[in-house]
Design a protein around this ligand. Structure first.
Ligand code: TYD
Length: 242
């Protein structure tokens, strides 16, 4: 059996999670812009910022994404394996090397998407999905996962208003998306030190302020950003572990 050596990151790994329609793409852009404007990343002597996503953050991943979201029927176990395969390539080709270079890596979705969607949504066991992902990633976990918490019905309204036909996951139905949302919340509640929960029903600027504060706190903990003294007390940000 081929075993992947664990990644021992020098950089900082942050994942953004949330149900469909939570506004992750918008928040990723706002976060990148703010970190660059503050000179926290991509400036002389500062770490590089790497923005990436799952599924589809690599060339083969783009093909896996196409099969997962726009192809025909996919059995639940196949679906989980394909997401894990996409992740294996993503860690091998993008996330791992970037962390070794000392980058700040922000990924639109990571492992918790598989726990929420494939375990809770599709009904696979947590042991199955955690096992295949530990194998796929060498056990790499984010330093911080930010959950954009959105009511699933509101999320599907927003998605529908955005236009375009729903993909295979978005067609999975309201009950599926409610289970996904509930699982996200319990994942975050179980490990508040590694998660920040932000109410994504707020206006985008308010969501952004909280996302940025939680990210800055983690960067400061790792010596990569300064925080104002008022922000040094307590865990990452108001809203953590709600
Ligand atoms: P994404 O591109 O984030 O879509 P959206 O912008 O609509 O949220 O993700 C594509 C879909 O893949 C999304 O419905 C969630 C699903 N997904 C899983 O089911 N498991 C996973 O491990 C990942 C990474 C995504």
């Amino acid at each position: 059996m081929v075993r992947r050596p664990p990644v021992t990151p020098r950089g900082v790994f942050i994942a953004l999670e949330g149900g469909d329609g939570a506004g992750k793409s918008t928040q990723l852009e706002l976060l990148a812009e703010a970190l660059r404007l503050r000179g926290v990343v991509d400036a002389p002597g500062r770490p590089e910022l790497v923005l990436t996503r799952e599924p589809g953050g690599t060339e083969v991943g783009a093909q896996i994404r196409q099969a997962l979201l726009h192809g025909g029927d996919v059995a639940p176990l196949t679906e989980a394996l394909l997401y894990a395969a996409d992740r294996a390539q993503h860690v091998a080709q993008v996330v791992g090397p970037a962390l070794q270079r000392g980058a700040v890596v922000v990924s639109d979705r990571y492992l918790d998407s598989s726990i929420a969607y494939q375990v809770e949504g599709r009904g696979l066991t947590e042991a199955q999905v955690r096992g295949m992902n530990a194998y796929a990633t060498g056990g790499l976990l984010p330093h911080l996962t930010v959950l954009l918490d959105i009511d699933p019905d509101e999320g599907s309204r927003r998605r529908a208003a955005g236009g375009g036909p729903p993909d295979r996951l978005e067609r999975a139905g309201a009950a599926f998306h409610r289970r996904v949302n509930a699982r996200y919340r319990s994942l975050m509640a179980a490990n508040p030190d590694r998660y920040a929960v932000v109410d994504a029903a707020q206006p985008p600027e308010a969501v952004h302020a909280q996302v940025l504060a939680s990210v800055m706190a983690v960067l400061a903990e790792r010596g990569l950003a300064d925080l104002p003294p008022s922000a040094r007390t307590g865990k990452h940000v108001a809203g953590v572990g709600q």
